[in-house]
Write a protein that binds this ligand. Structure first.
Ligand code: PRP
Ligand code: ADE
Length: 170
């Protein structure tokens, strides 16, 4: 299936010069959505995964079905002030802004095998912060996976040494 053809591209959103990759059109198509998650899970089948971690908000859309497919737990990384229990936090920059991300202190146990999942890799700021939070809690990041990678932004450079996968490349 041509999953790339299911992505809607909107130019100059949310700012002039940004070519926004809209995954809602892929997700509306049940067969395409299922195929995308199946393909994202493929490299991890047969490996033990304790937790998939996904950053708010689109990381939840991809991370939770991936966790379900891998029979692992899921832990959310959220923007500042949303999580009710004790947190650790990291500041980050992304393609069109900056923010603070937080994770519950007990979301990861030391030694947990963790996959970090998001819809899209742009500059890599979001996912690098997410990886840092997992490692601060003692988790081992065994993979970092994206539905989409914007190769022209070189986000992978922030993630050297990690096993990185992406299904759809621009
Ligand atoms: O690689 P980066 O440059 O960090 O950009 C990628 C991030 O940007 C988007 O999230 P956004 O912060 O727009 O939040 P949302 O998921 O709540 O829409 C996207 O879902 C990734 O998480
Ligand atoms: N170009 C883009 N399209 C969709 N989400 C993004 N997040 C960061 N850059 C993005």
């Amino acid at each position: 299936m041509d999953l790339k053809s299911k992505i809607r591209v909107i130019e100059d959103f949310p700012h002039e010069g940004i070519s926004f990759k809209d995954i809602t059109t892929l997700m509306q198509d049940g067969v395409a959505f299922k195929e995308a998650i199946k393909q994202m899970a493929e490299p991890f089948k047969g490996q033990h995964v304790d937790v998939v971690v996904g950053p708010e908000a689109r990381g939840f859309l991809i991370g939770t079905p991936l966790a379900y497919e891998l029979t692992s737990g899921f832990a959310p990384v959220r923007k500042s002030g949303k999580l009710p229990y004790e947190v650790v936090e990291a500041n980050y920059e992304l393609e069109y802004g900056k923010d603070t991300l937080q994770i519950h202190k007990d979301a990861i146990r030391p030694g947990d095998k963790v996959i970090v999942a998001d819809d899209l890799l742009a500059t890599g700021g979001t996912v690098k912060s997410t990886v840092d939070l997992v490692e601060e809690l003692g988790g081992e990041v065994i993979g970092v996976t994206f539905l989409i990678e914007l190769t022209y932004l070189n986000g992978k450079d922030k993630l050297t040494g990690y096993d990185i996968n992406s299904l759809i490349k621009y």
